[in-house]
Design a binder for this molecule. Sequence first.
Ligand code: SF4
Length: 221
Amino acid sequence: MTTKTNSNACIRCGVCCEKGGPTFHAEDQRLIDKGFIHTRHLYTIRKGEMVHDNVRSLVMPSTGEMIKIKGVEGSWQCAFFQEEDKACRIYTHRPQECRVLKCWDPAELLAMYEKSRLRRKELLSGIAGLWDLVEAHEQQCSYAGLKMSLEDVGGSSEQTAIKAVLSMVRYDQEVRRLVVSQGGVAPDMTDFLFGRPLDKTIEQFGYGVRQRDSRFSLVRI
Ligand code: SF4
């Protein structure tokens, strides 16, 4: 929670917390393991998903998996930011990126930014069944696969490509529905387990999915 001042000190303006929550690194795992931050407050950006890189101010495909704190509804503002007094609700247990961020001098953040990012594997691979589902979802619904199929839309194999894209979207929806209805997983944990829903993130690639009853169709947007 920092901003530039003449004295190069944080004046708690809250701008950095309003721009979005931090990405988690290996050293933050203890915050989750000890229950200071629950996974329902987190979401996953999967490899290849288009992201706004706050550090570089660019929209680009994610080079790897990232676990982040969710934003409040309709904005990027970190879910733990308390607007009334510009305070952090988990200040004592805030993640490492928040500790090193100095908006007047990003050197320390840049040095750690792409290093030792925490992944779902570190948190979930010990949970039999659940991790298998996450891995299966990644295989069926990877952004590399989605991008490849979308590139074929408009070409000679368009129908096959559309079928493949819609099949990924259906799989993504179904696995979320199943873990909640049959696995007892809280609905607000699915964006951590499987990343953001594919029928939303596909819009980053210029396409939308329309659904009427059980019929899906792909549209350009
Ligand atoms: S965890 Fe706290 S310090 Fe970090 S972005 Fe959120 S509100 Fe700001």
